[in-house]
Design a protein around this ligand. Structure first.
Ligand SMILES: [Zn+2]
Length: 650
């Protein structure tokens, strides 16, 4: 995932412990028919009807809570509505073969419903709506529909019997769409008709082949009126598709060059991983300003939600350039190879995120490298991104109390955190700092083996284990990672990794940049990447000078603890009103910071905070400073080697 959550139900431990295996199916209850109607999705409501075979007696149903790839209990049960159950069967089932069933929520586990199936009844017919009313923020529980499109995450509209392995529950899904809508998904269509599912005249009814509940939840559907599918790298088998839905047709018109970039991405993953673990792969890209923006990985697809103009404006394309390579990489690293603590058998079992610096950190590293190898980024753009990320982590005071390991272990909470003093709290730093650690690993292997081996060899062996396979999960532990690295180049990898994971030293691990032939330094002008970020985000970055970030309206996004702005009494959320006596503009502040260079005057600010005003002087005299990677002459340029395309034919 690119881009939340609380203590898991303690009382459930013993229940799940008994549910881990793939023993013989319990009598009944494992066959689900699930029909979802998206015709009201533009009005932010999704309707579902679920039929479940059951036997009479007590039954507990659960709504998916821990969502794969989100690494936390993010199932959007707050947006469930209209959940009603009717039991059906022969005459003995209620009056005339049907009985209304009253459910009762568990008093501790909010995702569990207790009920009793009446005698004589054989199936439950359940109605459920999902209210797609969430704000366009967060992850898959965030906004997912607009007037002309919808992204369906099946976990939002299904319940299943408690205690089962998701692999053992068989679901036959069907979907009703507005008639003008097309769709993309990794699910296989079995039939399309206008049968009874389609109660409105203007709709189409799709029937998919039966799959396990695990595969269903791993296979979202993107549908919309303005829709386009492009085959990528058509010479490669298995097949890859770029499926796009947009709010308007103009946003689907990406250039042939960008299509070529994505085709090269497909080829580069073949060269890197030497394997594929899917039957077909679909990038499901939502181009809309009305939905949440993030990416969520699946075995055979990815849910990639970006701003409407991402594929038609060059700067946006570059700034979002890591998303598809990142989510695609997860098909190998995250879905196929998965940390044991995240390889849970159902959606109620709590996840352990301690190896997310591999799951997400290695994906961040390889995804970014693939973006450069594919031509989505130039080497200069990659270096600019890396400089910005590394410098941020190198000026991040929270690392002195929270180590990198804790950011991963606490990920299920930290995904939800933010809003100021983030540099003191720390967030999900296992992405960016994990990337630095894996760059360090890659360049160390290259150094140890005199360039004969690299992290490419680890990726091919570790992620490509077993060659081409169908989707499945092969779990790993910390020891497996260490053994995999030692198989490429002998080293004290456990010590190497733990030293970077468990340290509270003030500086970020920059060894990979140095071994790569570069040095992190500061220049008076933003690098090519930082300049694009500033323009797109409408923020100005004085992090490495005054120790603050401010948006175009003057509101402080964050203030570096211990930095000049902090010492002057500034804090996140305050608003800059004036700079040296004149009404604030970003350009004025930039000019004032420029003037501070070499014992120049301190910047005087008038600041508003919750209705109160004050004048502060920021005691800083270093001029403008923005991060940049500087080539160290006379050293091997390993970074350039790393970014070179690997695929034959490129
Ligand atoms: Zn990810």
């Amino acid at each position: 995932m690119k881009g939340r959550w609380c203590a898991a139900g303690l009382m459930l431990g013993s229940v799940w412990a008994g549910a881990q295996g793939s023993g013989p199916p319990a009598a009944g209850g494992r066959e689900i028919r699930l029909s979802v109607d998206l015709t009201d999705a533009p009005r932010k409501m999704v309707h579902a009807t679920e039929t479940l075979a059951v036997t009479p007696g007590p039954l507990t149903l659960v709504y998916p809570k821990w969502i794969p790839g989100e690494h936390g209990p993010t199932g959007p049960i707050d947006d469930q509505a209209g959940f009603v159950i009717v039991a059906r069967g022969a005459k003995g089932c209620g009056a005339g073969g049907a009985a209304w069933v009253k459910w009762e929520r568990d008093k501790v586990e909010m995702y569990a419903f207790h009920l009793t199936v009446p005698q004589g009844c054989a199936t439950l017919e359940m109605k459920m709506d999902f209210l797609a009313t969430a704000a366009p923020s967060g992850f898959s529980a965030g906004a997912s529909t607009s007037e002309n499109l919808a992204m369906l995450s099946w976990n939002t509209v299904v319940v299943c019997p408690d205690g089962m392995s998701a692999a053992d529950v068989r679901v036959t899904p069907s979907l009703v769409l507005p008639s003008a809508w097309q769709f993309g998904t990794a699910l296989k269509l079995s039939a399309e008709d206008a049968d009874q599912l389609c109660q409105k005249t203007e709709c189409r009814s799709l029937h998919f082949k039966p799959v396990s509940l695990e595969t269903l939840i791993d296979s979202p559907v993107l549908a919309g009126k303005y829709f386009k599918e492009i085959a990528l790298a058509p010479e490669v088998t298995p097949k890859h598709f770029l499926d796009m839905a947009a709010d308007g047709p103009e946003d689907l018109e990406l250039s042939p060059e960008h299509v070529a970039d994505f085709s090269r991405l497909v080829r580069e993953t073949g060269a890197l991983y030497q394997s594929r673990h899917y039957g077909e792969y679909h990038f499901l890209v939502t181009l809309s300003d009305s939905v949440a923006h993030f990416g969520l990985e699946h075995h055979e697809s990815s849910d990639d939600r970006v701003a409407a103009k991402t594929f038609v404006e060059d700067d946006r394309f570059v700034l979002a350039g890591d998303l598809l390579p990142h989510e695609f990489t997860h098909s190998w690293n995250g879905k196929y190879r998965r940390p044991a603590g995240l390889a849970t058998s159902n959606y109620q079992q709590p996840m352990e995120g301690d190896l997310l610096w591999v799951y997400e950190g290695l994906t961040q590293y390889l995804g970014d490298v693939l973006a450069a190898r594919s031509g989505i980024w130039t080497p200069e753009q990659y270096r600019g991104m890396l400089a910005q990320s590394a410098a941020g982590l190198d000026n991040w005071p929270g690392r002195e109390w929270r180590d990198l390991q804790d950011t991963a272990t606490m990920a299920q909470v930290l995904y939800n955190a933010g809003g100021g003093w983030d540099n003191w709290r720390r967030g999900t730093d296992f992405y960016g700092e994990g990337e630095l650690v894996w760059l360090d690993v890659d360049t160390t292997i290259r150094k140890l083996t005199d360039g004969k081996k690299s992290l490419n060899d680890f990726a091919a062996a570790f992620e490509g284990l077993g060659g081409n396979t169908a989707p499945k999960v092969v779990p790993y532990t910390f020891e497996d990672v260490v053994a995999g690295l030692n198989a490429v180049a002998a080293n004290d990898w456990a010590g190497f990794l733990r030293a970077r994971l468990d340290t509270n030293q003030a500086h970020a691990p920059l060894g990979g940049i140095e071994n790569g032939g570069y040095r992190l330094t500061y220049a008076p002008r933003p690098n090519v990447w930082s300049a694009m970020v500033e323009a797109q985000s409408e923020t100005v970055d004085f992090w490495f000078s005054l120790g603050l970030r401010v948006n175009s309206a003057g509101v402080l996004g964050d203030v570096m603890k211990g930095g000049p702005a902090d010492k002057a009494g500034l804090g996140p959320g305050m608003k800059l009103v004036a700079v040296n006596g004149r009404e604030f503009t970003p350009a004025l502040l930039r000019a004032a910071v420029h003037e501070t260079e070499g014992a120049g005057p301190a910047v005087e600010l008038i600041v508003e905070n919750t209705g109160y005003y004050k004048v502060v002087k920021v005691d800083y005299h270093g001029g403008e400073r923005y991060p940049v990677l500087e080539r160290v002459a006379g050293t091997p340029d390993r970074l350039e080697e790393i970014l070179k395309p690997e695929a034959a034919g490129k």
